[in-house]
Design a protein around this ligand. Structure first.
Ligand code: KIV
Ligand code: ZN
Length: 522
């Protein structure tokens, strides 16, 4: 009997790499996606939706490589109900040792039928049937989704799902694509579908909720209470617009309130915090401090009366333990005398166990440099260093030199020298301040037109010698990218972050534009 058939087991379908990547600016490169996929496997998710293979060569390659090298979870790819999508997706998800999953979808709400697809109800049913049949001829594991199910007519949903089940779908997903539903409606809808779909007992019903009204987690749990046995979710709840249901919140609800739900998952909750941090670092999307489960304040007790209670007996004010989600607090980990071996071991403990020797060497050099400037090195510092090194994987331009002149009564000026291939190019510019001047000089050298949308600076740890981490969001060529960089010199961190973002835009322009399929708007 497979996990999917155990009535009290909820399958966790992680779509951080697909729907999560649709958050504006969350674009990841292949290496970053593979890194996250390995961590998701350690976390114990059942299915990883690794991408949308037809959407770009980069997405195809990421899904294919993840299928080849990530063991444990089933690897899934998304495909519209179209032959070319399904065939391409099949090529990617079947590249591994075991067959992966094809997830095909078509919209079912009247508004999508009339305005987007311009198809009749009958045509959609026929298309769904053919799509699933084709997918089934490629892999036995086929998921079918009724896009915008949250606004679809229930009897029509039954008709479309009947066709998908008849064609061989093994998982039926009922997404609330626009985050319109509420827990009561979703619960009733799942109960209705399970009662009326022919062969409902042969398939796994799945829920996929968006968070536009802040109900994604509540809606997913309502579906689970009404028989859904797969939940589609993302780490930190990232995703299109207001995001998807957050994996950590779903899982910790099921764990903490097992008395109520009586259900289990295969998640190793102690990997939650590490996964959350990795996704945040790689995507550049910060976790808000008061976010449930993984926010900086999630386990902090501020009020005296609470602190007093917790000291006397933890359960007075704590329903979960921080350690259960793998939060160990900010601890001083390494210092000047730590060797390469200890450094590598600590990186492994933080989830970076797939770095090449060359990457470890470069990160170790950065670490030693940092030890000369900073007394105590924390995990946060290591994250910042490794993140900088990882972003170099797609570096077209690297920083060779930057110099600034600024102060009161001086026109702020920056001189920047960049390397690209064997060439070294230098330029200088004036600006509203030294950072603005350096950004302008970089634009002149790289000729990449980009608009700075966000700039933020924060200290990675406490202390006057802390690393400054700069995050920038750039928009250029119809794409939004985020990038970060850290240095004890905040001007240098700013220049590096900006250059990382420019490199991301260049990589997207070069690699990802061969097949024009809009990623947004699913
Ligand atoms: O939200 C949605 O409807 C989706 C589908 C493609 C499953 O992401
Ligand atoms: Zn979605």
């Amino acid at each position: 009997m497979t996990a999917s058939h155990q009535p009290d087991r909820v399958l966790i379908f992680d779509t951080t790499l697909r729907d999560g990547e649709q958050s504006p600016g969350a674009t990841m490169n292949i290496k970053e996606k593979i890194e996250i996929a390995h961590q998701l496997a350690r976390l114990g998710v059942d299915i990883i939706e690794a991408g949308f293979p037809i959407s770009s060569p980069g997405d195809f390659e990421a899904v294919r490589q993840i299928a080849m090298e990530v063991e444990g979870p089933v690897i899934c790819g998304l495909a519209r109900a179209m032959e070319k999508d399904i065939v391409r997706c099949g090529e990617a998800v079947t590249a591994g040792k075991r067959p992966g999953r094809i997830h095909t979808f078509i919209a079912t709400s009247q508004i999508h039928l009339d305005k987007k697809l311009r198809m009749s109800r009958e045509k959609v049913i026929e298309t769904a049937f053919e799509a699933v049949k084709l997918a089934k001829s490629i892999t036995p594991d086929v998921e079918f989704s009724c896009e915008d199910a949250g606004r679809s007519d229930w009897d029509y949903l039954v008709a479309v799902i009947n066709a998908a089940v008849e064609a061989g779908a093994t998982t039926i997903n009922v997404p609330d694509t626009v985050g319109y539903a509420n827990p009561w409606q979703i619960g009733e809808c799942f109960a209705y579908l399970r009662k009326h779909v022919k062969g409902a007992e042969r398939v796994v019903f799945s829920t996929h909720c968006h968070n536009d009204l802040g109900l994604a987690v509540a809606n997913s749990l309502a579906a689970v209470l009404n028989g859904a046995r797969q939940v589609e979710c993302t780490i930190n709840g990232i995703g299109e617009r207001a995001g998807n249901a957050s994996l950590e919140e779903i899982v910790m609800n099921l764990v903490t309130r097992k008395d109520f739900y009586g259900l289990t998952t295969g998640i190793n909750t102690r990997e939650i915090y590490r996964t959350s941090r990795l996704v945040s670092k790689i995507t550049g999307i910060r976790v808000q401090r008061n976010k449930a489960i993984v926010g900086g304040n999630a386990f902090a007790h501020e009020a005296g009366i609470h602190q007093d209670g917790v000291l006397k007996e933890r359960t007075t004010y704590e329903i979960m333990h921080a350690e259960d989600v793998g939060w160990t607090g900010e601890s001083m980990v390494l210092g000047k005398h730590s060797g390469r071996h200890a450094f590598k071991k600590r990186l492994e403990a933080l989830g970076y166990d797939r770095l090449t020797e060359d990457e470890i060497n470069r990160a170790f050099e950065r670490f030693k440099d940092l030890c000369d400037k900073k007394k105590d090195i924390y995990d946060e510092d290591l994250f910042a260093i490794v993140e900088d090194e990882m972003s170099k994987a797609q570096e077209t331009y690297s920083l060779d030199y930057v110099g600034f002149s600024s102060g009161t009564g001086t026109v702020p000026t920056a001189t920047v020298r960049l390397r690209t291939g064997s060439e070294v190019v230098m330029d200088a510019s004036v600006g509203d301040g030294p950072i603005d001047a350096a950004f302008k000089a970089i634009q002149r050298i790289t000729q990449v037109e980009a608009e700075l949308q966000e700039y933020s600076l924060e200290a990675v740890t406490g202390g006057r010698d802390a690393l400054g981490q700069v995050a920038v969001t750039l928009q250029g060529n119809g794409q939004t990218v985020r990038a970060r960089a850290a240095s004890t010199d905040v001007l240098v961190a700013s220049v590096k972050a900006y250059l990382n973002a420019i490199n991301k835009l260049v990589a997207l322009r070069d690699v990802d534009r061969e097949i024009a399929v809009p990623k947004r708007g699913l």
